[in-house]
Design a protein around this ligand. Structure first.
Ligand code: ACO
Length: 380
């Protein structure tokens, strides 16, 4: 629909290009995705999450010396302030982890020496710090709400390995660490998805990095976005057994139920991340002795695709993967944030470096102009 001034209403901003970016090349028609020119499959298989962070923050894969520098900076930033741990202890035990995380990011901003400095170098320092601290905060909050003491970060583990260690208190195997590391890479960046767009909108007002990330977390939480992974696992748990998939699918299709983990605004030929995560989930479910979740997902995928041509998105196979790695279901979205913060912060840096206020228009469809009615003259 055209507005009176000639501008056009585009619901959900579908197909609208709102920023130039050097970070993510998303080819939805052909189901291809690359970060700074590198195919996602190559990065997931051959690069570590630390290398991907460096790539997104600096535009190039690091040489060995540069990687050491980025890795050491991430390790050095892992501790979170004592006051934040104390705050977690004061939060109601039932607080959902994403809400706790939003509060944690706001608080980490209060303790950050560069909090209000939006210069390129300061933003990069904050990107490193917050990427590290976010992982520690998620695990510490989870341990405290579960009545356990937080596990101090281990400086000899990778970002992925240390996350699992801080979550469980046990050092993960190399195979488990690699699967988790690859999933962080697969979630690290995805162009102008709802949460990244949110971080850009906030940044465009010349607000700061912590405020933008806190906003991104709020957008990611919704079930149409990152919250879908958790919903997928709840669906699989509801189905319970492989033998129940057909009956579940028939009922869900008849009820025209929205099936979490299926469909995508941009991908029509398939989400390349889902294909990689499918392989990781198969291996992890087999290794952990919980293969039924993978089998169930494969059967559900086939049934729903045959009936509605819906493709599984990134959140579909990550659900059985994370579950078999021992991640609690309500931590799936925080885990997605653990990866996506690399992309959020890279987008924030890019937006600050070439900023224009993001301010679209609304198409007013309410009452026409009318005379003001004083309070005493209004009806009940
Ligand atoms: N289950 C059932 N039907 C669906 C689904 C689904 N998951 N996804 C799309 N459809 C159908 C809609 O009913 C609609 O059909 P209609 O035209 O007959 O009414 C059509 O496909 C188009 O759907 P829209 O919701 O208009 O598509 P949109 O581009 O707005 O939505 C979205 C994309 C939100 C991802 C959608 O596919 C969805 O809700 N999926 C489930 C939630 C999900 O998995 N989100 C994670 C996305 S990936 C990520 O954010 C990390």
């Amino acid at each position: 629909m055209d507005k009176k001034d000639g501008s056009q209403l585009i619901r959900g901003l579908e197909g609208v290009v709102a920023a130039e970016t050097k970070l993510c090349d998303l080819d939805g028609k052909n189901g291809r995705l690359a970060y700074c020119g590198y195919d996602i499959a190559d990065l997931a298989r051959q690069a570590t999450f630390e290398e991907v962070c460096h790539l997104l923050w600096h535009g190039e894969l690091p040489a060995a010396v540069q990687l050491d520098k980025t890795t050491l900076a991430l390790i050095a930033a892992r501790e979170i302030p004592r006051e934040l741990l104390q705050t977690f202890r004061l939060m109601p035990k039932a607080t959902d982890p994403m809400r706790a995380l939003q509060a944690a990011v706001a608080m980490l901003g209060m303790h950050d020496p560069d909090a209000t400095d939006n210069a390129h170098a300061a933003n990069l320092r904050k990107a490193v710090r917050l990427t590290s601290q976010l992982a520690t905060a998620i695990c510490a909050h989870h341990r405290i709400r579960s009545g356990q003491e937080p596990v101090a970060p281990a400086s000899d583990l990778s970002h992925a390995g240390n996350f699992l260690y801080m979550l469980t208190g046990a050092r993960p195997s190399a195979v488990v660490t690699k699967a988790f590391d690859a999933s962080l890479t697969l979630y690290a960046e995805h162009e102008l998805n709802a949460s990244t767009f949110t971080t850009r909108v906030i940044t465009s007002t010349q607000s700061d990095l912590h405020s933008a990330v806190a906003g991104g977390l709020g957008a990611l939480k919704g079930p149409l976005h990152g919250g879908a992974g958790e919903a997928v696992m709840r669906t699989l748990l509801e189905i319970g057994e492989v033998a129940n998939v057909d009956a579940f699918s028939d009922k869900a299709l008849a009820e025209k139920r929205r099936l979490m983990g299926f469909g995508h605004r941009v991908y029509t030929a398939g989400d390349p991340r889902a294909a990689i995560l499918k392989g990781l989930a198969e291996e992890a479910c087999r290794q952990s002795g919980q293969f039924k979740w993978f089998e169930m997902a494969v059967k559900l995928h086939a049934r729903i695709n045959a009936a509605k041509k819906l493709i599984p998105n990134v959140d579909f196979y990550s659900a059985p993967l994370f579950y078999s790695l021992g991640v609690p279901v309500d931590l799936f979205t925080p885990v997605i944030a653990t990866g996506r913060i690399a992309g959020w912060t890279a987008n924030i840096v890019e937006q600050h470096d070439d900023n224009r206020l993001i301010r679209p228009r609304g198409d007013y469809v309410g009452a026409g102009r009318r005379p003001f009615v004083p309070l005493g003259q209004r009806g009940a």
